[in-house]
Ligand binder design. Structure first.
Ligand code: FMN
Length: 208
């Protein structure tokens, strides 16, 4: 009898866990290793229609992005989140036709910026030759945390560097001291994208 109960408990547990282990589409939040999340994260250019994403869900992603390291903890990355139909459509006007087509059903569009002259600077002076490149570096780290957390939560993203920064600055009233960086679409994939090939590891690393 005891064995019978354990068998039923194991079968029920398997039923609960199975959908999370199989396939990468809309991965479940539980039972995912870091490697699972990295492997299933792709640049998604085909979004499911009718997906709803709440402000609370986006806040969860931003909170994780804020855990990324930054130069002297300067935390210069900013996010402008379009959630209303009107604002989302307006952002899609400023990312080029190809990107607009690929993000057609994405319900949330996010503009990422960083405050210039802080990361990579000390007492107003540039710390080294990279200058505001460190702000861009911190911004990329923040975005990386964001997109991986999004995947863990069952969402998908596309980072877009092709965008009209002036138009977006006007749309959101982004101040001049911020550098507009990527636009990131947020939604759920409608199909599983192919993984673009990576270079052989020895092409990018040297050990000494
Ligand atoms: C800074 C940056 C800018 C990008 N800009 C675009 C873009 O404008 N449009 C697009 O379709 N993909 C864009 N991508 C996505 C890349 O093409 C994609 O990350 C790359 O091909 C690897 O594919 P994967 O993300 O699925 O691994 C961009 C990615 C990064 C990091």
């Amino acid at each position: 009898m005891k064995n019978g109960i354990s068998f039923i408990a194991a079968a029920l547990a398997a039923l609960v866990l199975l959908p999370a282990c199989g396939g990468s589409k809309n991965a479940e939040v539980s039972a995912q290793s870091f490697d699972d999340i990295v492997a299933s994260r792709r640049s998604v250019r085909d979004y499911e229609a009718g997906t709803t994403i709440t402000e609370a869900q986006v806040r969860t992603l931003i909170a994780t992005a804020m855990e990324a390291p930054t130069w002297a903890n300067t935390q210069t990355t900013r996010y402008y989140v379009a959630m209303s139909e009107e604002k989302v459509a307006a952002v899609k006007e400023y990312i080029g036709q190809g990107n607009a087509r690929n993000t057609a059903n994405a319900p949330v569009m996010i503009v990422s910026t960083f405050v210039k002259g802080q990361s990579g600077f000390g007492r107003g002076n540039q710390a080294n030759e990279v200058g505001d490149g460190w702000g861009a570096y911190d911004n990329g780290l923040s975005n990386a945390y964001f997109i991986l957390k999004a995947r863990e939560q069952g969402f998908d993203t596309l980072i877009m560097g092709m965008r009209d920064s002036d138009a977006l600055r006007t749309l959101f009233g982004i101040p001049d001291n911020e550098q507009v960086m990527a636009v990131i679409s947020l939604g759920k994939r409608a199909s599983d994208p192919r993984r673009p090939d990576r270079k052989p590891i020895d092409e990018i690393v040297k050990f000494y």
